[in-house]
Design a protein around this ligand. Structure first.
Ligand code: ADP
Length: 480
């Protein structure tokens, strides 16, 4: 098959979150299966500066209709490996900037124009290069206009650009909501600026276009596919998702086992596997030492790595601070994000610096060490489309403690509820839920034999992308 992906992030060229990893891994896995893969991303400054993109060739010039004016741009193409081509949609005014979406404080004010331009440029490139895709697969709000614009262009030019379109929701909390006037930039017919089109409470929603007009809609876990059809998790788009209930499917992301594998992980002070866990001990010591935490008797080490935002359940952690203060244990948090959470966590550290440590930074190596060196990995998220860390934890023999929602529910089995298959402990995303989870973790740690069984079971699970990509392949085949 010829498969075209459209996304705003792609590892290792540009990444702000899990989207970049997912698109890169999926593209690679499909190429491994001998499909022809093209990935369209914006030609951000960071991307074009990457040495891998140095050989990019200027392929064509673009003149994109944006409302009542035309905007120029161009397309560069390079191939980082056989069967994969990366198309960069370039227009310096839009993409030659420090960050993809904003300056850190605020989103760029012209994001509607930037990503409408991007989507239109993708469709024009598909037409002008006669790429003849079997499947065009767009991701998140930044790519969400593509399935609709593609069908409109087909009608206008009397040709076929793609057999089928797929749209994946990686996080429904980010919807591409813009003032109504941005609709004019799409040049779409007026009848699409209403409740059955892009209109959303007197604004326009780009994500809504993806959900309504793609042939198939996917999201990144089966549980999340159900949840986003409810008011609690749908972020206002639950009704729209419900209208596609027949065509929506949840396919779990995988993890990159070439990077996240404790038996080959070069970022760790020692390596280990399920058959020999000695190296994990070394990682545990190194982790405590790196944070200046001593240990006289063997006590449980709780690790956490995440963006410090409401989504990640930091409030629930803080509400249970007394658990960490009263019990002989260690808590190590790595993350950055909202300053209110950074401050609150710093205060917590001050109350017990001999037990609790915080690093406010992005630190890839430390995130590996926390995964490897902890006894438990904490993820009390309020919502989690898929989540990666709970899968990394299991691969690293670190028992995950997670809320029982979204992708967490699909990838972690509670060891108290299911003694045969349990790989972690799961609980409702509430203060009491987290409290109960921590108590049960304490009990599990006090029983080293049972802890070892749960730990090993997690390490033996297969979270690789091969399996995940097979789900998408099947979906493409079925839709064709
Ligand atoms: P999300 O995409 O919602 O942030 P995921 O669990 O899907 O959550 O993926 C987050 C990824 O970012 C994980 O690989 C996690 O380890 C990593 N990460 C988050 N915060 C940090 C940090 N401060 N330093 C290093 N890696 C981090």
């Amino acid at each position: 098959m010829k498969i075209v992906h459209v996304a705003s992030e792609l590892f290792p060229y540009v990444k702000t979150g899990g989207l970049a990893d997912a698109v890169a891994a999926l593209a690679g896995a499909l190429a491994d299966e001998q499909h022809e893969v093209a990935v369209f991303i914006p030609g951000y400054r960071t991307v074009r500066k990457k040495p891998q993109a140095a050989g990019a060739v200027r392929k064509l010039k673009l003149k994109i209709e944006m409302g009542d004016e035309f905007m120029s741009g161009h397309v560069e193409v390079f191939s980082p490996r056989p069967k994969v081509e990366i198309y960069l949609i370039c227009r310096d005014e839009f993409f030659d900037r420090e960050h993809p979406y904003g300056n850190g404080e605020r989103d760029y004010e012209d994001n509607a124009e930037r990503f409408i331009f991007f989507a239109k440029a993708v469709v024009d490139t598909l037409r002008l290069t006669e790429l003849q895709a079997d499947v065009v697969h767009a991701h998140d709000w930044q790519g969400a206009l593509v399935p609709l614009l593609l069908r409109v262009a087909e009608r206008r030019h009397g040709l076929t650009l793609a057999m089928k379109t797929v749209f994946t929701i990686h996080n429904i909390a980010f919807q591409g909501l813009f003032p109504a006037r941005a609709f004019l930039r799409t040049n779409l017919p007026d009848e699409l600026n209403n409740i059955d089109g892009l209109e959303y409470y007197n604004q326009i929603s780009l994500m809504k276009a993806g959900i309504l007009f793609a042939d198939r809609v996917t999201t990144v876990s089966p549980r999340y596919a159900q949840e986003i059809q409810t008011a609690e998790f749908g972020c206002g788009l639950d009704g729209v998702v419900q209208s596609r209930t027949e065509d929506i499917v949840g396919l779990l992301n995988g993890i990159d086992t070439a990077i996240w594998n404790p038996s080959i992980d070069g970022l760790l002070p020692a390596r280990y596997s399920v058959s020999n866990l000695k190296g994990k001990e070394k990682c545990r010591e190194a982790l405590l030492k790196a944070h200046g935490l001593e240990e006289k008797s063997r006590v449980p080490v709780f690790g956490m790595v995440c963006r410090l935002t409401e989504q990640k359940g930091i409030d629930l952690l803080l509400a249970n601070a007394d658990f960490f203060l009263e019990n002989d244990c260690r808590l190590i948090v790595l993350g950055s994000g909202e300053s209110r959470y950074e401050e609150a966590l710093k205060e917590l550290v001050e109350r017990a610096p001999e037990k609790i440590a915080l690093s406010v930074k992005l630190d890839e190596a430390m995130s590996h060490l926390i995964e490897a060196g902890s006894d438990f990995f904490l993820m009390p998220s309020l919502f989690e489309p898929c989540g990666l860390n709970q899968m990394y934890s299991q691969a690293y023999g670190t028992v995950p403690l997670t809320s029982n929602i979204g992708g967490l529910a699909d990838t972690v089995t509670d060891a108290d509820e299911d003694g045969e298959n349990g790989t972690g402990l799961t609980f409702p995303a509430t203060n009491d839920g987290v409290r109960d989870g921590l108590r049960r973790a304490w009990a599990l740690f006090a029983d080293p034999q049972r802890y070892a069984v749960v730990q090993r079971r997690g390490m033996e699970k297969d979270f690789g992308w091969k399996q995940a990509a097979a789900g998408y392949e099947q979906l493409y085949h079925n839709s064709l």
